[in-house]
Design a protein around this ligand. Structure first.
Ligand SMILES: NC(=O)CC[C@H](N)C(=O)O
Length: 365
């Protein structure tokens, strides 16, 4: 069956359908990840986005039991050059196409993904529609131009109720703005007693759980749309409880401290983004998925130090509070998918918890 990608600038790409028959709209973004498509497709941060894979062949090891980042994928669609009909891997349970059908996610293949990627790089991300026909294409484009991009997705993907992953170590409350399971796995691997709470939990409810540390998770959309999270973090900072912000959590920490964020032209999505640690000069290859970034200039009005920088475009990738036990990174230390260079960030968080606890600085009142 033929399928089309219709872009807001009037461009139409014709290819073939796979996965669900549904038509869908979304922000068209590209990722340069070569493998890890299952983690990408199930990362809640991609909510309402149509993901273009620049790597030409996707699906060759199928879908397995272990690579899920969330149970319910929130992605609007997937575009690849070639999809593997006959995957082969000892852990593979089903093909990408049959999984997409089961999850009701439409796919488009057989288009020139390099041409599409170059277009996004030139114009920035674009609104698009995966459509099964070209009927009323002018009307579809007009509608797309008129409809503002929805960027308020956190409420769609955050857990509705708290849940507990009991363990014998430090108690870490994870604020779920769209958390990837990789972050929970990393905390559990360090014996943390993890309690995951919804994005709109009040700071006082979090404090009542007597956390040794708080993790502000990744998540979809524009950080400025998550006002309740920003106020919650402002209040949490008064309690001297160690905070680690990752991706959206990092952006929210910056906003809570008086910084600003901006939308990047086409974002950073992929598994090989070099980031420089400005203290040591060391460069790590990182896994990334973000369309917004903290504005460097805005940091002068805050108590935040600029600690990590993207090598490709110089944007802010890491921050540390000068007074409070809080730090944050824009990339993904849980690295799913991606290189493990930044995994020690979780150990740094454990060390910060240990020191703060020893000094008896945490305030639970
Ligand atoms: N992975 C994330 O947490 C992404 C954060 C935010 N939604 C952005 O696109 O910048």
């Amino acid at each position: 069956m033929k399928r089309y990608l219709i872009l807001e600038d009037g461009t139409v790409f014709e290819g073939l359908a796979f996965g669900s028959d549904k038509e869908s709209n979304g922000e068209v973004v590209f990722t340069t990840s070569i493998t890890g498509y299952q983690e990408v497709l199930t990362d809640p941060s991609y909510c309402d986005q149509i993901i273009v894979f620049t790597y030409p062949l996707i699906g060759n090891y199928g879908i397995n039991r272990s690579d899920y980042e969330s149970i319910r994928p929130a992605t609007s669609g997937i575009i690849v050059n070639e999809q593997a009909d006959f995957p082969s891997h000892h852990e593979g349970m089903q093909s990408l196409s049959s999984w997409l059908t089961a999850k009701d996610i439409p796919g488009l293949y057989g288009i020139d993904t390099r041409k599409l990627t170059r277009k996004i790089r030139k114009h920035g991300t674009l609104k698009g529609k995966l459509s099964n026909s070209l009927n009323n294409v002018t009307h579809i484009i007009e509608e797309m131009i008129e409809m503002p991009l929805n960027t308020d997705q956190v409420k769609k993907v955050s857990t509705k109720t708290p849940y507990h992953l009991p363990n014998s170590g430090y108690r870490v409350v994870v604020v779920d703005f769209g958390v990837k399971s990789g972050m929970l796995r990393e905390l559990s691997a360090r014996n943390c007693d993890v309690i995951v709470v919804p994005y709109n939990t009040s700071a006082s409810d979090i404090i009542r759980l007597q956390p040794d540390g708080i993790l502000l998770s990744n998540g979809p959309g524009d950080p400025k749309d998550v006002q309740c999270g920003i106020s919650m973090i402002k209040e949490l900072l008064n309690h001297n409880i160690p905070i680690l912000g990752i991706c959206l959590g990092h952006q929210l920490l910056a906003l809570a401290c008086g910084g600003n964020t901006e939308k990047l032209k086409f974002g950073h999505r992929g598994s090989n983004h070099p980031v420089k640690d400005l203290t040591t000069g060391k460069i790590a290859l990182t896994s990334q998925n973000h369309g917004y970034a903290v504005t460097e200039d805005s940091l002068k009005n805050t108590e935040l130090a600029f600690t990590h920088q993207a090598v490709n475009d110089g944007t802010v990738e890491g921050l540390k509070h000068k007074v409070k036990p809080a730090f944050s990174i824009q990339y993904h230390p849980e690295a799913s998918p991606g290189p493990h260079d930044s995994n020690p960030i979780f150990d740094e968080f454990m060390k910060m918890i240990k020191t703060t606890k020893k000094e008896g600085l945490m305030i639970y009142a």
